[in-house]
Write a new protein. Structure first.
Length: 344
């Protein structure tokens, strides 16, 4: 008799658990889940809709509709469903199961939906940290894009971690996003990414380094002028010129005069920012460059600088029928700029 009395309280939670699992809305949600697993999306949607007619506040049904929206590639609708779940039960975790789904596509879309309207718990930082350790690169890419919802102090370590990712697209995204954070402390990391084996990553690292020049001090770029890598030197010089700092001018002028230099156009544009007597002769020389685009930029630069000594050169280029038409037009525009009052 005593054993029976002791067993009764222990059995009570089991009975309660079984009764909760057998609630009518839960049974409907389980049926919808099976249909979703079988790929029968329309049937699952119909089943969920029927369920909502009977149980309009059912969290279990909303959870399955969230899953359905992710399967349909609609993270915006999934985020709206998660919001409804949390309004009904603030302790719910609507993304817990989608973020553990066996399908990388579902996990990545769940991260995207989460970032559209991030709940306060679990913390967005913990969710993104976990997603950045995902075995699938599509999930990691989505997580790195989602760092926009974090504060700079939270996002910066994750972005730097992603610069070492095995997936080149994730690294490229990290390089791009580091530039948008206006955090000069990322400059050394971005300079190291100029050595990345993927050209796409290198391109974004370069762009971010130049973007950060608007929020950095010249000292952040000076060490890279001493690099043994030519690309690193040139990017540092370009950034310094944007800060009207001429300490990288030698590098800019050398690049302008290098027929194989891939940054000749940008170096012409940047060199003319610096007040130095060596700039005009270098830009004039660039009007004879083998690349028509370099020649055009050099001619316009001379016009903007009001270099009247270059007027005969401009007229000669403009009248030479063997010169590409776009270069002749640039020479004409440069002459026009010379005739305009200063400041226009």
């Amino acid at each position: 008799m005593r054993l029976a009395l002791l067993a009764a309280p222990l059995a009570l939670p089991i009975v309660i658990s079984l009764s909760s699992c057998s609630k009518p809305d839960s049974r409907l949600a389980q049926r919808a889940h099976r249909l979703l697993d079988e790929g029968k999306l329309q049937q699952a949607q119909d089943s969920i809709q029927d369920g909502f007619r009977q149980f309009p506040e059912s969290i279990a049904l909303r959870q399955e509709r969230l899953h359905l929206n992710l399967l349909a590639g609609q993270p915006e609708l999934a985020a709206a469903e998660a919001r409804q779940i949390l309004q009904t039960d603030s302790s719910a975790q609507p993304y817990r199961l989608p973020l553990r789904n066996p399908s990388p596509a579902i996990r990545s879309l769940a991260v995207r939906a989460f970032a559209l309207d991030p709940p306060s718990r679990p913390s967005p930082l913990s969710i993104l940290k976990t997603a950045l350790r995902d075995s699938d690169p599509t999930v990691r890419r989505e997580a790195i894009e989602a760092t926009r919802i974090l504060s700079p102090a939270q996002a910066s370590p994750l972005l730097r971690q992603a610069t070492q990712d095995s997936d080149w697209l994730t690294r490229a995204s990290a390089a791009r996003l580091l530039g948008g954070r206006a955090d000069p402390s990322a400059i050394p990391t971005l300079f190291s990414m100029l050595q990345d084996k993927d050209s796409y990553v290198r391109r974004f690292a370069r762009r971010s380094l130049l973007e950060l020049s608007t929020s950095a001090k010249p000292d952040a770029y000076l060490p890279s002028l001493q690099s043994q890598d030519r690309t690193t030197q040139v990017v540092a010089a370009l950034a310094l010129a944007r800060l009207n700092d001429g300490r990288g001018l030698d590098t800019l002028l050398a690049e302008i005069g290098n027929p194989l230099g891939i940054e000749r156009i940008e170096c012409v544009k940047s060199a003319v920012r610096i007040q130095d007597p060596r700039v005009l002769p270098a830009v004039r020389s660039a009007t004879a460059d083998s690349d028509a685009q370099v020649r055009m930029v050099a001619l316009i630069a001379l016009g903007l600088l009001k270099d009247k000594e270059s007027a005969p050169l401009m007229r000669k280029i403009g009248g030479d029928r063997s010169t590409p038409q776009e270069v002749r037009l640039a020479a004409g525009k440069a002459l026009e700029l010379l005739s305009q009052p200063a400041g226009k």
